[in-house]
Design a protein around this ligand. Structure first.
Ligand code: FAD
Length: 63
């Protein structure tokens, strides 16, 4: 039995149709800056962890 629903504003990034084509790039920026964020993948812990793993590979120069 459902007791209650709490809707948390901004708990996730907006992900409208086509958002994957507009995600932030992980290409290293000025001074080798690499972004690790859900914003480069998809909103949620899974996206954040995947982005972090990719960022680590970029920083370490692995492919
Ligand atoms: C209430 C709530 C419930 C959630 N539940 C789930 C769930 O059940 N499952 C799930 O998959 N996801 C859930 N999420 C989403 C999940 O928390 C995020 O997708 C995830 O934390 C994103 O990780 P991130 O590293 O990209 O960003 P964040 O975790 O937001 O980390 C960004 C960090 O950067 C820091 N920061 C910001 N600006 C600066 C600055 N200028 N200088 C230095 N540091 C800065 C912030 O303090 C923060 O520590 C939930 C989110 C909320 C709000």
């Amino acid at each position: 039995m459902l007791i209650r629903v709490d809707r948390i504003a901004h708990a996730q990034l907006d992900q409208p149709v086509g958002f994957r084509e507009r995600r932030w790039s992980q290409t290293p920026g000025p001074e080798g800056l690499v972004i690790a964020s859900e914003a480069t993948e998809m909103s949620g812990i899974d996206g954040a962890m995947l982005s972090g793993e990719k960022a680590a590979h970029l920083v370490l120069g692995a492919h």
